[in-house]
Every structure is written in structure tokens, then in C-alpha cells.
Design a protein around this ligand. Structure first.
Ligand SMILES: [Zn+2]
Length: 432
């Protein structure tokens, strides 16, 4: 079967590259190995032992049940193989790195534009070959322009060895590593603004990366000579991830705050923090098919630490002006993005939700790829209304509603408890 992809085994799994890219797989594998070495070195972790038996697993990919030692799981779009033995022994599980030709291709496959790369399970489409266990989905650009993002996702892969962890730590450690590769420590400026009034127990989702990177940085700079300890202490051995995180915060928050007190945030820092809180780069990606150059320019200014409060307001003013009616391709590009609203709403609801009594997780990055199967709940009618406006060709009506939803769901992060099956709004309303 011609998949349009070439599958190449590498020491830790499988590289999946689209044929259209004519990618140099040897070069890509070298880069993968180099990135893993960097991450392990940075965290003082030993290099994982290499996996064997790929040829056998690959040959059997059309009948995964026949691979000894592997368990088959059937997803709505794909079959994939799990290797429970490695997992059970606390070892790493093999990693498929799936390269997409562009970020748009990846976003289309994921059903969401709310992410640049993912760690989870990737579907290559119905009837495609089963994927091997965990996957990183990443656009090719990340191979071309330096693998900071690759390093970020590899941290998520390694984190699996140590058990589940709180988002602030898992994303914080990943961002810290990414920024170490890129020599960037601007997360400290964001953290300094946040620390003025925010609590580590209530970090809004979009700030978990920067604030988490700063907290991570502080924790390991303290008594921990061996960074492995941070992994172990930050990852939950018990079933209550939140309680473990709270204990760490209780112990370290004061010192973390003190470590930032010498920094004096500028207005531009505050403006950027607000832009991140509103996820304006995502708003930009959602509007890309019709976004004006002037709105893009305003954001660029903000993201290079040169923005003012007026710029934030101006961005929203600029995007509220109705663009000329788009051509068919742009209409379609907007339509593809609509489900991102559902993803962001579910992600935010899950992050804010009380722990499930049964310990179930609503949405993981894995599920992102299955958003098509997710019950949209309260957002069903909202997305339906948007679709009606689109189908009626009502451009002013559609665009106005679209921007309203960008503001409500992405920028304001409105929480819809109805999206969480176990969340009883009668008792929990008001939490966010
Ligand atoms: Zn991440």
C-alpha cells in the first residue's frame, strides 16, 4: 500500500516522513539523536536504551494483532500498536516522529490550530498503517529552523517514564529545555510580571509554559544537584497530581517569588504577558486566511517586547473591521479552523475542572487528533450556527460571529462546565 509516507526505523522508534518532502532521513535521524542527547544531557538523564525489533513490527503493521508482545488498540481513525511491557517496566516506549510538510497540514490532521507540535498519537488517516505507540507530530520547519520544539516534545516523551505530572511542570520543563536549546530566557520576564499578583496554584493555561519554565528553573537551582530529582519529585507517583503539585508549590513558592523580585517588568513585558494570556498568536493563526498586514505588524511589535497597551486594543480594533469577502480557498481555510474553538474550549474546561471521581481524563493531546469524535456538548449549537452563516454565504454575519468566538473562547478563555461530564455546575459554578 502506498501511504505517501516513508517509514524509517531509528534507534528509538520510527520516523514517518511524507514522500512529497523528499526529506533526507539520515540527516533527520542524526538531528533526532542529537536532540535526545541534548535533552538527556541538560537534565542529567542517562541516554535511553535503544529499541529492537522494528523490522518485525513494521512488517506486521497490517495485522497488528500478530506482533508478539504488542497489544492492539483500535481508534476511530487508526490502529496502532502498544508495547505494554516497556511501559509496565517503567521504561520508555518507542517513539514515532511524524513529520508534516507544513504547520497547516499538521493542523488539518489534528483538527486544531491550537498547537505547533504535539506529543500523543497521530492518525495518518483512515485505513493507514498502524502507528507504533507514542508519537511526536511536528512540522518540517522545525527540522529546518533548529530543533527547539523537537526538544520540547522529546521532554514530554521522557516524562512518560516518571509518571503523570501537573501541566505547569510538564510544560514548564519542556519550555525550559526548548529555551535552553535556543538560548532564550525571556520566560523569566513573563514570570516576573505574573508573580506580582498571580499564584502558582492558579496559573492560567496559556501562561503555564513561561511560568512553569521559571518555577522549574528555580526548583532545580535550589538543592537539587542532580536534575533527575526534579523529574522524580515533580512527577506524581500517587493518583492525585494536583495534591503533589500543591505540596511542591507550598514548599517552593516563596523562594521562587523572591528569586524574581529583583526584576523590574516593563510595560512591554506586561503587554506581552497579556497577549500571551489572550493567546493572540492563536487568534492570528485562526484569522490567517483574511488577516490584514497591519494587524500582523501590531502583533510582531508586541512579541518582540516593544508593545504598548494601545497596541493590544489596536489589534482587536483592526481585526473587528470586516475584511473583503474571501475567495473560496479562504472560506475553506476558515472552515477548517472552526473546530479549533472546540479544542480550546475543551482544553480550558479540562484544565479548570475538578478532578474526576473516577480518575478519568477528558482530553489529552492524543485526543486532539480525534476531535472529530468528541461530543461538542454546549458548543454544538454554537458551531452549528457558525456553519449556517458560512453555508448561507453571509460574510459579515459569519466574520462577526467568528471574531466574537475568538474573543470569548480563546482570548477570554471562557469556561463551559457542561463540556466536562463529571462537573456539576450547580456545585462548582464560579470556579475558573
Ligand atoms: Zn508541551
Amino acid at each position: 500500500m502506498d501511504l505517501g509516507y516513508t517509514l524509517t526505523p531509528w534507534p528509538y522508534g520510527l520516523l514517518v516522513a511524507p514522500d512529497e518532502l523528499e526529506m533526507d532521513t539520515d540527516e533527520a535521524i542524526d538531528l533526532l539523536m542529537e536532540t535526545i542527547e541534548f535533552v538527556c544531557d541538560f537534565w542529567c538523564l542517562p541516554m535511553p536504551s535503544e529499541f529492537e525489533g522494528w523490522e518485525q513490527a513494521l512488517e506486521s503493521r497490517h495485522c497488528p494483532g500478530e506482533v508478539p508482545g504488542y497489544q492492539t488498540q483500535l481508534g476511530p481513525h487508526l490502529n496502532w500498536l502498544r508495547c505494554p511491557s516497556a511501559w509496565m517496566e517503567g521504561g520508555l516506549i518507542p517513539l514515532a516522529v511524524v513529520v508534516f510538510a507544513s504547520h497547516d497540514d499538521l493542523a488539518r490532521a489534528a483538527g486544531t490550530w491550537a498547537g505547533y507540535a504535539y506529543f500523543g498519537t497521530v492518525s495518518l488517516g483512515e485505513g493507514m498503517a498502524p502507528m507504533l505507540t507514542e508519537s511526536i507530530a511536528i512540522p518540517y520547519q522545525s527540522f529546518q529552523h533548529g530543533p527547539g520544539i523537537l526538544a520540547h516534545e522529546i521532554v514530554h516523551w521522557l516524562q512518560h517514564v516518571f509518571g503523570p505530572e501537573h501541566v505547569v511542570l510538564s510544560e514548564g520543563m519542556a519550555r525550559r529545555t526548548e529555551d535552553a536549546w535556543e538560548g532564550d530566557n525571556s520566560f523569566q520576564r513573563m514570570a516576573a510580571v505574573f508573580a506580582e499578583s498571580g499564584s502558582l496554584l492558579e496559573v492560567p493555561w496559556p501562561l503555564a509554559y513561561d511560568v512553569g519554565a521559571s518555577f522549574t528553573d528555580y526548583v532545580w537551582s535550589q538543592s537539587i544537584h542532580d536534575r533527575v530529582e526534579l523529574w522524580e519529585s515533580s512527577c506524581s507517583r500517587s493518583t492525585n497530581i494536583c495534591e503533589d503539585y500543591e505540596a511542591l508549590v507550598d514548599y517552593r513558592e516563596e523562594g521562587w517569588r523572591a528569586s524574581l523580585s529583583g526584576m523590574e517588568p516593563t510595560e512591554a513585558d506586561r503587554v506581552l504577558l497579556e497577549a500571551k494570556l489572550q493567546e493572540l498568536t492563536l487568534v492570528q493563526a485562526m484569522l490567517k486566511p483574511v488577516l490584514s498586514q497591519s494587524a500582523s505588524d501590531v502583533l510582531s511589535t508586541i512579541y518582540v517586547f516593544q508593545g504598548t497597551q494601545e497596541d493590544l486594543a489596536q489589534f482587536w480594533d483592526l481585526i473587528s473591521v470586516l475584511p473583503i469577502e474571501p475567495d473560496e480557498a479562504a472560506w475553506q481555510a476558515l472552515e477548517e479552523r472552526e473546530r479549533t474553538l472546540l479544542h480550546v474550549a475543551m482544553r480550558n474546561a479540562e484544565y479548570a475542572a475538578p478532578p474526576s471521581p473516577s480518575g478519568e481524563l477528558l482530553l489529552s493531546t492524543t485526543d486532539v487528533f480525534w476531535l472529530g469524535e468528541v461530543d461538542p456538548g454546549i458548543l454544538g449549537p454554537v458551531l452549528g450556527e457558525l456553519a449556517d452563516l458560512r453555508e448561507a454565504g453571509d460574510w459579515p454575519g459569519y466574520y462577526g460571529r467568528y471574531v466574537e468566538l475568538l474573543r470569548e473562547i480563546i482570548a477570554e478563555g471562557t469556561i463551559y462546565p457542561d463540556l466536562i461530564p463529571w462537573w456539576d455546575p450547580a456545585t462548582d459554578r464560579g470556579e475558573s
